[in-house]
Ligand binder design. Sequence first.
Ligand code: ZN
Length: 136
Amino acid sequence: MEITHIEHIGIAVENLDESIRYYEDVLGVKCYGVEEVADQKVRTAFFKVGDAKIELLESTDPEGPIGKYVEKKGPGMHHIAFSVKDVDGALKEAEEKGIRTIDKSSRKGAEGLSIGFLHPKSTKGVLTELCENKNK
Ligand code: ZN
């Protein structure tokens, strides 16, 4: 697959508003968008850090993926997202190489990106998101 850059790093948080204040007041990066992704049962906040972004994820449902993650492991680093040229092709390629994928084909993520996940059991422990910006 062809990765162009790190799109974002996803961080699971318990309280989005409190976390936004930490990033803005202590780290000095400005939140430029808050978005609810109903599909994934999360509220997200985005910050630009150079070419990459930080995506904070707060669960809106204890049974959602982030809710379960925080319950089990506590808040913290959740996933890394790479920008790829062709997300469906990349998912297919990963599958052909024996990687367990969470998504067989791309779906819509935050910021209108087309996304798909690779399972951490197949990626040396790191939940890996592949993203393609089809709006460009
Ligand atoms: Zn993400």
